[in-house]
Write a new protein. Structure first.
Length: 485
């Protein structure tokens, strides 16, 4: 039996929407809330710009590398657990997912000099998790404007019938990936009280995104009686389900430069600053799309039910670039006896972000990116995130207890404070022997969001979207080791 042919319009709308997949919201979400790396930094709420006394200074403040007096090998692991609670149409769904990944390794070499300090560092680190999970389900009674033209050898020749409401809807999203850096950095003392440094970062990374959408006629409310030309009931047509799946594999690349400095006015106080220059992040997406529609036709005369199932799939590629704005970090730390206190902030003006086509993207995409760039100043704002932390040294510095807090306001304008990301952290550092230190950190983060998920065939965004209220809990357990020699 011949399979059904779908409305060409549905497929065309999908491809148009999907080809233009990177919008302003997705670009900012990719870039914002970069968590950096370093076990000591994480346990102190990322208040590390004014400390910067281990290999992770290559990220937080390259000027701090000048404080390291011995060669250092550094490595760390990260275990991440995500919990998402999504409420859709009154139904609540909880989704848990864990990820365990290598986080960083690095080497620091201080050159032997007569005065001051000259230090070289190089290594690799993952600076942002791109992991995300969400799932929701509910009985949808609102039209999503979906309809299909049916062709088959039972005599259906383009009969169009809606499958647009009164169905059980389920959607799940899972993304796994990271942004990372291969880095080389150097710092030197410019005076007894001030050091300056720079880091050249070769940005890389990868993410795999998967979306599954399913609408099922679980209550038998999407059926039609079919009549012949004599108005005689001859068949019963019933939709079963429509499902689609999107998979996107993305590669990231770019080159970034950081400049940092650390001022030590006395033995207790350190003040640091770090500037990350604008860069171009290149993005290469390879996507796969597949969908499937199932329906039954019951022939009254034959007393037979015919089931039709038609799959469809397609693949493609899309490349573009994001212009990333300046990032500015400032911080201080103060030591009093066995107590270390630190605070820092990061400022980014997200309204300066730009999206542009890459060299191998057709020129007619330019108008789409222009539209997205026009939207950025209307949707986003500049953001200052804050970090505070402390450390208590015990037993002659053999054990160090740490804690911290970090607040990352949302880059979106005019949203509730509940969407701001809040992180609480704690950790411990243990001096294993004269050369080796073991560090552990635990970070728990919370935030909420109201999400608007567009249907893939809603090219002009006129269909009411799927609206969810989502709560996120992020737990990170990190362990690292450093060896000084």
């Amino acid at each position: 039996m011949n399979k059904m042919s779908r409305l060409l319009l549905v497929l065309t709308l999908f491809f148009t929407t999907f080809a233009f997949g990177q919008n302003a919201e997705e670009a900012i979400t990719l870039l914002e809330n970069e968590s950096g790396f370093g076990i000591k930094a994480a346990s102190m709420g990322n208040a590390f710009t004014g400390i910067a006394d281990d290999y992770s200074a290559i990220y937080w403040n390259p000027g701090g590398l000048a404080q390291i007096k011995n060669q250092q090998l550094y490595g760390s692991l990260n275990h991440l657990k995500l919990r998402t609670e999504a409420t859709y149409l009154g139904a609540k769904t909880t989704y848990d997912q864990g990820f365990t990944k290598f986080q960083s390794f690095g080497y620091v070499y201080p050159f032997p000099v007569r005065r001051g300090s000259l230090v070289l560092a190089l290594g690799y680190q993952r600076i942002k998790d791109l992991n995300h999970v969400a799932q929701f389900t509910g009985f949808n009674t609102t039209s999503n404007d979906l309809a299909f033209s049916i062709y088959n050898d039972l005599g259906y020749a383009g009969l169009t019938m809606a499958f647009d409401n009164n169905f059980q809807l389920t959607q799940s999203i899972k993304e796994e990936g990271h942004l990372a850096q291969w880095s080389i950095g150097s710092a030197m003392d410019l005076s007894p009280d001030f050091s300056a440094g720079a880091a050249l970062n070769f940005i890389g990374g990868k993410s795999d995104y998967r979306l599954k959408y399913l609408q099922e006629d679980t209550k038998g409310m999407n059926g039609y009686d079919i009549y012949d030309n004599d108005n005689r009931l001859i068949e019963r047509f019933d939709y079963n389900y429509y499902q689609l799946e999107q998979m996107v594999s993305t590669d990231y690349s770019g080159i970034e430069l950081k400049l940092g400095g650390l001022w030590r006015p006395n033995e207790q106080l350190r003040v640091g600053g770090n500037m990350t220059l604008p860069m171009t992040l290149s993005i290469e997406e390879s996507w796969t799309y597949s969908d499937e529609l199932s329906y039954d036709v019951y022939s009254i005369d034959e007393d037979i039910t015919y089931r039709f199932v038609e799959p469809y799939d397609s693949v493609g590629r899309f490349d573009y670039e994001i212009k990333v704005p300046f990032k500015f970090d400032v911080g201080f730390s103060y030591t009093y006896k066995n107590l270390l206190l630190a605070a820092s902030l990061r400022y980014v003006d997200w309204t300066q972000t730009k999206i542009q086509r890459s060299d191998n993207t057709p020129s007619w995409y330019e108008s789409y990116f222009t539209k997205q760039n026009d939207r950025i100043p209307t949707l986003f704002r500049d953001v200052t995130s804050y970090s505070v932390g402390g450390e208590v040294s015990l037993f002659g510095n053999a054990v160090k207890l740490r804690g911290g807090y970090r607040l990352v306001p949302s880059p979106f304008k005019d949203l509730s404070k509940r969407v701001d990301k809040k992180y609480y952290s704690a950790g411990i550092g243990i001096k294993v022997d004269a050369n080796t230190s073991l560090d552990l950190a635990f970070v728990r983060g919370y935030y909420e969001a109201q999400k608007y998920y567009r249907y893939d065939w809603d090219d002009d965004q006129t269909i009411p979207p799927m609206v969810t209220k989502e709560k996120y809990q992020i737990d990170k357990l990190q362990v690292g080791i450093s060896y000084n020699f």
